[in-house]
Design a protein around this ligand. Structure first.
Ligand code: SFD
Ligand code: AMP
Length: 627
């Protein structure tokens, strides 16, 4: 590799990540930027057409109200959604943010349909509901459809693909204001410096921090996107942006090994899950009775449904099965067309989780004849599904409580506590259940607010060139480490002076799995285990100074590793701080096994001071807006 060429891009709004929230931000910002004469730029480490969590497609839109008043859409109101989300989070959510998504999300879904996304409809043209908030789609090409509209909105010349962003740049004259970002091309020897007045973090959540259940031939097969590597969390943490609920995680209950989602089966096909002895274990309400008042909510909150499963497994009544056989037999009895039903059942997976369909074929499973095993996966850190980790972001001015307004230096929707830095989708914390449509919507809200911020504040960022040089040196260091040390051994993957990113990742996953409530310990941990996790993470951090890369792809893996590591540390520190078990079924603090509403019905927030290498953790109040 030669000396990388330095490429400079000057823009007004920089969007990092071209997934669902990034595309939403680009689409909306482009509209408002036109009138204001501003430039919008999107940078993506892969190719927007098939990047991110929706790369494979999806078979449902899980956030849709249907509040237009038209009978064909349904009739949920945003307030209903807020109540549902807060309850699912066991009593804590940013209701202002959730409400804001709910009141705008339908418009996004209607746009998707206009752009060509096929939504299931009945013979009267009415959307077919999978559940109260969910719609079924023919969604294999969901991402290309959204990507095309985004490209048309901001212009392909403003999209930079195959660029891995590694660090944010802060303003030379104001370290608490963002000034851009740097990264490198994963295809060419090019180092990128983006200068921007506002930056929107839209890089998705963090996967593979924990040892996955898959091994050997299935290694790396997980439920959420492997491309979501905690980049946004890590970059924002280093910039000093306040985090919220980083102790939270999502443990999805999935078809075993193929990770096929269960929602369509439970809600649409009315499928049940039973233990090995045929008992429908969710009816055993005694297993969650200690978690009232949350246990008697309808639907039962997601973590508690997991808890019920875990009781069956750990008390020896596994395997647990999704009874597709019983569900299909019942629907047939009620007069459903079997061929049509089976088409829908297979499409559910072929649209978004192809490996599940392959696994059915490989294991000779006909869903009409045999049940399928289900299991809980390893933890994922994310803010858009039934998980709420992310940045503490500003809400809309009209509904954000005064207590929250005080925590922000400037009030612009979805801006973090760092001036000019916005976070959306998986990166915006404490407002989960956004899914694809809500993430795109949140991007739109931030895109509009970023334009407003630039117009009203007229920021004039200046880049510190010495810092840029320092970062360039640091970013490419893994190449140097490899070259200088490769002859110390006869095998490139065994060396006393460096470690490869995959080796570092395995170590991270082992630490997190064994000490930080991974699947191996049935999601249990305590203060001592978490403290030990921090010690081991610190050692791993020191060793990661010696990460080596043999090519640009491995350099990408090195930086994904750094980002995962910092995200993991934030997760452990937050879990250590929250002295209760708020989400049984997601994780258990065995030293504080109860839900403690008196002391912990609050958000746990943190900030990191990079200069001093110090974390500060604090509580922020939960404010109920909808009763
Ligand atoms: O069935 C950098 N999701 C579902 N949403 C639904 O609406 N319906 C469903 O059916 C859903 N299900 C589901 C879902 C996801 C997956 C993987 C499966 C099933 C198997 C969730 C949504 O997909 C999710 O909520 C949104 O996509 C979140 O949006 P966002 O923008 O927060 O994340 P993203 O789309 O993954 O995009 C992130 C982008 O950032 C890029 N990136 N670029 C540059 N530099 C870096 N350092 C970067 N780091 C990351 C990524 O490449 C990506 O493009 S179900 O289970 O419920
Ligand atoms: P999933 O396929 O598990 O990702 O779920 C898709 C959607 O269905 C999400 O909105 C879930 O919260 C919801 N969901 C899944 N299972 C259930 C269930 N048993 N009861 C109520 N909602 C569910």
């Amino acid at each position: 590799m030669g000396e990388p060429e330095v490429k400079r891009v000057e823009t007004d709004i920089l969007i990092i990540g071209g997934g669902f929230s990034g595309c939403g931000a680009a689409y909306e910002a482009a509209y408002w930027a036109k009138a204001a004469g501003l430039k919008v730029t999107l940078v993506e480490k892969a190719a927007v057409e098939r990047s991110g969590a929706v790369a494979q497609g999806l078979s449902a839109i899980n956030t849709y109200m249907g509040m237009s008043g038209k009978a064909e859409y349904g009739q949920n109101q945003p307030e209903d959604f807020v109540k549902y989300v807060t309850t699912d989070m066991m009593g804590i959510a940013r209701e202002d943010l959730t409400y804001d998504i709910a009141r705008h999300v339908d418009g996004t879904v209607h746009l998707f349909e206009k752009w060509g996304l096929p939504i299931f409809k009945d013979e009267n043209g009415k959307y077919i509901r999978e559940g109260p908030w969910q719609l079924l789609i023919h969604g294999e090409s969901y991402k290309p459809i959204i990507a095309e509209a985004t490209k048309m909105a901001i212009g392909e010349e403003n999209i930079y693909e195959r660029i891995m962003i590694t660090h944010l740049l802060m303003d030379k004259n104001d370290p608490k204001r963002v000034a851009g970002a740097v990264g490198f091309s994963v295809r060419k020897d090019e180092f990128y410096v983006f200068k921007a007045k506002a930056v929107i973090i839209a890089t998705g959540g963090a996967t593979l921090l924990f040892r996955p259940r898959s091994t050997g031939e299935g290694m790396g097969r997980i439920w959420y996107a492997v491309f979501n590597t905690g980049s946004g969390y890590a970059m924002g943490i280093q910039a000093g942006a306040e985090l919220t609920q980083m102790e939270h995680r999502f443990i999805p209950f999935r078809y075993k090994d193929g990770y096929g989602p269960v929602g369509a089966w439970f809600l649409f096909f009315k499928c049940t899950a039973t233990n090995a002895y045929g008992e429908e274990y969710i009816k055993k309400t005694e297993t969650i009775a200690q978690y009232e008042p949350y246990a008697s909510a309808t639907p039962t909150p997601t973590p508690l449904r997991n808890h019920q499963f875990l009781v069956e497994l750990t008390e020896g009544r596994g395997p647990v099965y999704m009874r597709t056989d019983l569900a299909i037999a019942k629907l047939k009895e009620e007069g459903a067309d079997l061929k049509h039903l089976l088409n829908e059942a297979w499409e559910d997976f072929l649209d978004m989780t192809v490996s599940q369909a392959l696994l059915w074929a490989a294991q000779n499973i006909d869903p009409a004849e045999s049940p399928s095993e289900a299991y809980t996966a390893e933890p994922y850190i994310m803010g858009s599904h039934s998980g709420c980790s992310g940045f503490w972001v500003c809400g809309p001015e009209d509904v954000m409580p005064e207590e929250y307004k005080k925590t922000f230096p400037l009030v612009y929707n979805r801006m973090t506590t760092v001036k000019g830095l916005f976070a959306v989708g998986d990166n915006a914390g404490a407002n989960p259940h956004k899914f694809s449509s809500g993430s795109f919507t949140e991007g739109r809200l931030a895109g509009k607010a970023a334009v407003k911020y630039i117009v009203e504040q007229n920021p004039t960022p200046e880049i510190d060139e010495a810092k840029v040089d320092e970062l360039k040196e640091l970013i490419y260091r893994p190449f140097k480490i490899f070259e200088e040390n490769k002859n110390a051994s006869t095998r490139e993957d065994v060396n006393p002076n460096y470690l490869l990113p995959k080796q570092a990742l395995w170590r991270l996953q082992k630490i997190m799995d064994e000490y930080a409530a991974g699947a191996t310990t049935w999601y249990k941990t305590n203060e001592k285990m978490l403290e030990r996790a921090l010690e081991l993470l610190q050692m791993l951090k020191e060793d990661c100074e010696k990460l080596a890369a043999r090519d640009l792809h491995e350099l990408l893996r090195c930086w994904e590793m750094h980002h995962r590591l910092l995200t993991a540390e934030a997760h452990v520190r937050h879990m250590l701080f929250r002295q209760e078990t708020r989400w049984p079924g997601y994780y258990y603090r065995t030293d504080y096994p109860k839900i403690d509403d008196d002391n912990w019905k609050v958000f746990v927030n943190s900030t990191y001071d990079a200069e001093k290498d110090e974390w500060t953790l604090t509580k922020r109040p939960y404010v109920q807006l909808v009763s």
